[in-house]
Design a protein around this ligand. Structure first.
Ligand code: DHB
Ligand code: FE
Length: 288
């Protein structure tokens, strides 16, 4: 059967992608950001997933005010990096996993979560920047990716609690797929940032640190935090953090299993307008 072995959490700041694409990752401003991912690049080489279920948000790229799916699963065979105004990033096309994606859609919808099925979609920095941070600049991404887009841009947005519950449903869906696959689930976006209005530039280190602590040790408690608290404390784009609860909800301990192992934790301010946060949590191996 397929199994979720680990979850990865990371910010997705577009300027990080641009820094990498333009060969600036060694500049003094960017070096500390990329250093925070050195361990992670080695870890993922040693723990290569067969498939990544990548929770992210589209930034009015594939979707617009014309159509606003709360939760959308990418079921296509491939996804092209989007042109976000400066041409598409020079990164590989993302290969999907249509069979697993269709199975997850079937299972999660039957568990009473309404997903939008997306058979054609371009993917923006929300998805490609996390891949770049974890894999660097390969000729091809090393494994298929199932894009899972969450609306955290246009109100109303889903609550952290709904995201956490959805993660549990995704876990059940993955684990009922009848093939031996090592699946990682990634939660992306955040941490605190606000891009517009009088509070533009807002960063809240205390909130971010408490979020990381609680996501690791008390995810059910963190899931109960209402969405408006993220907006108030972490800025209008800090709401992206609810997506991390989807990945966290899919881990073993939430389903009565053992607590995950914290493999890596990183926090850095600033990158562009954003606090960068990053975690790797591994499920404990089953002993038979
Ligand atoms: C920035 C951060 C984001 O999450 C985003 O989607 C766009 C821009 C920034 O910090 O500039
Ligand atoms: Fe964003």
């Amino acid at each position: 059967m397929a199994k979720i072995t680990a979850s990865v959490y990371t910010s997705h700041v577009p300027a990080i992608g641009a820094a990498l694409d333009l060969g600036k990752s060694n500049e003094p401003y960017w070096r500390p950001v990329f250093q925070g991912y050195e361990y992670s690049k080695q870890w993922i080489k040693e723990n290569p997933p067969d498939v990544i279920f990548l929770v992210y948000n589209d930034h009015a790229t594939a979707f617009s005010l014309d159509m606003i799916p709360t939760f959308a699963i990418g079921t296509a065979a491939s996804f092209t990096p989007a042109d976000e105004g400066w041409g598409p990033r020079p990164v590989p096309v993302v290969q999907g996993h249509p069979e697993l994606a269709a199975h997850i859609a079937q299972s999660v919808i039957q568990q009473d979560f309404d997903l939008t099925i997306v058979n054609k979609m371009d993917v923006d920095h929300g998805l490609t920047v996390p891949l770049s941070l974890m894999f660097g600049q390969p000729q091809a991404w090393p494994c298929p990716v199932i894009p899972f887009a969450v609306n955290v841009v246009q109100y109303p947005v889903p609550s952290g609690q709904r995201c956490f519950n959805l993660g549990q449903a995704i876990r059940r869906a993955v684990e009922s797929f009848d093939r031996d696959l090592n699946v990682q689930i990634w939660g992306t976006g955040g941490m605190s940032h606000q891009l517009q209005g009088p509070r533009a530039g807002l960063i809240n280190r205390e909130f971010d640190k408490a979020f990381l602590d609680r996501l690791i040790a008390d995810p059910a408690g963190q899931a109960a935090v209402p969405h408006i608290d993220y907006v108030r404390e972490a800025g209008s784009e800090g709401i992206e953090l609810v997506m991390w609860l989807i990945a966290r909800g899919a881990m073993d301990d939430v389903n009565g299993g053992k607590p995950p192992i914290l493999k890596h934790r990183f926090y850095h301010v600033p990158a562009s307008n954003t606090a960068v946060g990053h975690l790797i949590l591994e499920n404990q191996q089953e002993t038979s």
